[in-house]
Design a protein around this ligand. Structure first.
Ligand SMILES: Nc1ncnc2c1ncn2[C@@H]1O[C@H](COP(=O)(O)OP(=O)(O)O)[C@@H](O)[C@H]1O
Ligand SMILES: [Mg+2]
Length: 486
């Protein structure tokens, strides 16, 4: 009799064929979804409308990972949600089978290989790296030593114009009260080694733009991590006449998505010298504010964008004197919900509502620029659905993943690592997930939504205005802080 260890059991899991090795499960329980490289047998299983990831792994590791993922969830760190561990599995011939760790499939998540479609831009790579670096710093802030930082052990989700990274594999992790510098350095060395391998692998597959050198990329990861860490925890000293620097430090940290729990401020006797050191806690400053105001649970950059729109709405409708929560409610019903409701039901699996809203705001901005008028939000939403959304692959889960792709078929759609049925030497490696991600970018020059050229135009305009100074911050690369008013 298999045994279920679970804090939140899903009884629909009980009748599944636990006595069968995971690799031999009948396909009626499985769903083919993109995923990263793994050591263990990993399958996605479907019960009702829920999808779970199942990993067959030895007992002490399964339990260790289950508990760690629990701790990470409790501390609000972006990671996959543990559901349970199934132990005491026995096959029909009485041989013992390894336990299975079940986690909830992270909806709308993209393994990195899906993102590295051929010709991935430098810009996309640096956004991915930023997401990865922020994740690593967030884990280190709470005392989590990952031990196996790699692209395959990270999932990415869209977060406005950036990405948010999630930890998917905690098997090697350790939770401490706080990490020593030596422990953090250890994780960085592991990160360098693994990521170098991941990038070389992408390069060998022709998926990395030629100008992107793996060594340069891992250097970039390390430099950015160090910059972020010193921004988060470093001591800053300045003279008593520069008090504004205290506030700017806090603002910069908030903009990076971190909160300041305490600020240790020391002043010299005559107050001419000030020394500050923040104690940063893992944040979600904006997403918490948005959640409190509207009940919308979003990523940090999406929250920032939505809050911007909320603030603009407040000014536009002359409600500055009203309580923020009341205005937020009005914005939700007058602005946000109408946009999401325009989307036909069958297209709703393509984007999370918050991401969709963000993209509609972008779409409207570009259309307004192009046509030199204020495009109403409803009109822009219809345009976005027609020109963009219809053409995107599903991100919630790709139901069409089983269909043959351009005459090619996966040897085992439930295990993409097995490659394709017939492989010709000549053809470049073809990955359906990458093809789907590629289709993601609206075609350039299609006449109605040429983002690249519009972005370039907008950037040129901005640059001429600002005399060429382009401001950029780690996690806060929301595309152009534009006025989102109707
Ligand atoms: N909960 C989940 N949601 C989405 N994808 C998942 C989930 N769990 C695992 N995966 C996918 O499966 C892959 C392998 O899982 P992982 O835990 O890293 O296995 P291993 O320990 O064998 O490396 C990951 O790279 C990820 O793409
Ligand atoms: Mg792994």
């Amino acid at each position: 009799m298999p045994r279920f260890v679970s804090a939140k059991p899903d009884s629909r899991l009980i009748p599944l064929p636990w006595g069968t090795p995971l690799a031999e499960w009948p396909t009626e329980h499985l769903v083919a979804l993109p995923r990263g490289i793994s050591r263990h047998v990993v399958r996605f299983i479907r019960v009702g409308s829920s999808v779970y990831a199942a990993k067959e792994v030895i007992e002490h590791l399964a339990l260790h990972e289950y508990r760690l993922l629990h701790d990470l969830m409790r501390m609000g760190t972006p990671s996959v949600e543990p559901i349970g561990v199934i132990t005491k599995r026995v096959a029909a011939d009485r041989t013992e089978l390894d336990p299975i760790l079940i986690t909830r499939h992270l909806q709308f998540s993209l393994p990195y290989r899906s993102l590295f479609a051929s010709g991935v831009r430098q810009d996309t790579v640096s956004r991915l790296i930023d997401a990865m670096v922020v994740l690593l710093a967030r884990l280190h802030i709470i005392g989590f030593l990952w031990g196996d930082v790699s692209l395959s052990n990270t999932l990415f989700r869209r977060d406005a114009g950036s990405f948010a990274a999630y930890l998917v594999d905690a098997e090697t992790g350790e939770l401490h009260d706080a990490l020593t510098n030596g422990q953090r350095e250890h994780d960085l060395i592991v990160a360098r080694t693994n990521l170098f391998g991941d990038f070389c692998d992408l390069q060998a597959g022709g998926m990395l733009e030629e100008s992107l050198d793996p060594l340069h990329l891992v250097d970039m990861v390390e430099t950015r991590y160090r910059e972020l860490w010193s921004e988060l925890t470093g001591v800053e000293e300045f003279s008593g006449s520069e008090l504004g620097r205290i506030e700017s430090r806090v603002r910069r940290l908030n903009a990076l998505g971190f909160d300041v729990a305490e600020l240790d401020i020391q002043t010299s006797e005559d107050a001419s010298h000030i020394r500050i050191q923040p104690k940063v806690v893992d944040a979600g400053h904006h997403s918490r504010r948005l959640l409190r105001l509207t009940g919308l649970d979003t990523q940090e950059n999406q929250a920032r964008r939505l809050l911007n729109d909320l603030d603009t709405y407040r000014v536009r409708t002359g409600q500055q004197h009203l309580d923020e929560a009341i205005v937020a409610h009005a914005w939700l019903t007058d602005v946000f919900e109408p946009v999401t409701q325009i989307v036909p039901t069958e297209l709703r699996a393509k984007r999370e509502p918050a991401q969709l809203f963000h993209e509609v705001l972008d779409y409207r901005w570009y259309q307004s620029q192009r046509e030199n008028r204020d495009v109403p939000l409803t009109e822009a939403t219809h345009g976005y659905v027609r020109d963009v959304l219809r053409k995107l692959p599903d991100e919630a889960m790709s139901a069409d993943a089983l269909a043959p792709l351009e005459g090619r078929q996966l040897a085992d759609p439930y295990d993409p690592s097995k490659g394709f049925l017939e492989t010709s030497e000549e053809a470049p490696p073809f990955d359906p997930w990458e093809a789907a991600a590629e289709a993601d970018e609206p075609e350039a020059g299609s006449g109605f939504f040429d983002v690249a050229s519009l972005r370039a135009k907008a950037a040129a305009k901005e640059a001429s205005k600002k005399d060429g100074t382009v401001k950029r911050s780690l996690a806060a690369s929301v595309p152009a802080e534009v006025d989102t008013g109707d």
